[in-house]
Design a protein around this ligand. Structure first.
Ligand SMILES: [Zn+2]
Length: 73
């Protein structure tokens, strides 16, 4: 399970987003960004946003709580 504070993703927010894998978390972040932050589907799917979010997840994910292969994505 990976949990990331939404505030680490570049938006001022006290919420957290979590999922089992990197892809799950990215999907949850997209849903969260659309529902909570008013992103459009296009904005939430923009390649530069996905890159930024994946980078933030890699930095925030704690190795003790994740499988090693998640950190290699
Ligand atoms: Zn948020």
């Amino acid at each position: 399970m990976i949990t990331i504070p939404c505030g680490d993703l570049g938006d001022p927010c006290g919420g957290t987003v979590s999922g089992e894998t990197m892809d799950d978390v990215v999907r949850e972040i997209q849903n969260h960004a659309i529902d909570i932050h008013g992103y459009t589907v296009e904005q939430a799917g923009a390649p530069e946003k996905l890159e930024l979010w994946r980078g933030a997840i890699r930095q925030t994910a704690r190795p003790a709580e994740t499988r090693t292969n998640l950190l290699d994505l």
